[in-house]
Design a protein around this ligand. Structure first.
Ligand SMILES: [Zn+2]
Length: 197
């Protein structure tokens, strides 16, 4: 094993849109916890950091389906997940949330620096749009039938039944996850991409 002065261990951040289950624990948190306990037993300087991922489309979609705010969803599941980890004895030194101000500030500082250094370019592009809710739709907000396995609830980026990577164009009978409206392509969305160097 390499000799590091300090060791930082982290494990995949669970999405705060549902409870964790035994598969999460077996595949991710228990192995990390065993490793951390092994290092601690050797008096290594180790920190085990985790947290709930409170940003992302699955949270927004769940909130819309339940008719509550995304904040209510993440507050509920962050507490539930944190409690489950505690009960399972997963020995995080810090279990935080991606919504903490320090994370917003740090992430924003990265992008602000890239922007200030002129590394972004602004472009116009076509994007799918939901005319019922007047919202541009990320690929994940578009649902339809998977052309590979026929699953009726495949996402515009991936079919979770057969694992195929998809684009919204490949879905059969695409519909908006927000309203069931048929997505239309609309222009004039500003997207930012890192300029070619
Ligand atoms: Zn499929």
């Amino acid at each position: 094993m390499s000799e590091f002065k300090r060791v930082l261990v982290t494990a995949a951040l669970p999405y705060a849109n549902g409870p964790i289950h035994i598969g999460h624990l077996a595949g991710c948190y228990i192995p990390a916890d065993i490793y951390v306990r092994f290092l601690r037993a050797q008096n290594k300087d180790v920190k085990f950091i985790g947290g709930s991922d409170e940003h992302g489309v699955p949270i927004t979609i769940r909130a819309m389906k339940e008719g509550v705010s995304p904040q209510q969803i993440v507050d509920r599941y962050h507490e539930q997940i944190k409690h489950s980890f505690g009960q399972m004895g997963i020995s995080f030194d810090i279990y935080s949330r991606t919504s903490s101000p320090v994370h917003h500030e740090t992430a924003a500082a990265f992008f602000k620096k890239l922007y200030d250094d002129g590394l972004f370019e602004e472009k116009e592009s076509e994007q799918y749009y939901d005319e019922k809710t007047n919202t541009f739709l990320a690929d994940r907000y578009i649902i339809g039938t998977c052309p590979v396995c026929g699953n009726d609830n495949a996402y515009g980026d991936q079919c979770e039944k057969c694992g195929s990577s998809l684009s919204p164009e490949q879905l059969i009978n695409p519909r908006s996850a927000l309203s069931d409206a048929i997505p239309v392509k609309k222009n004039k969305t500003l997207v930012f991409s890192i300029a070619e160097l």
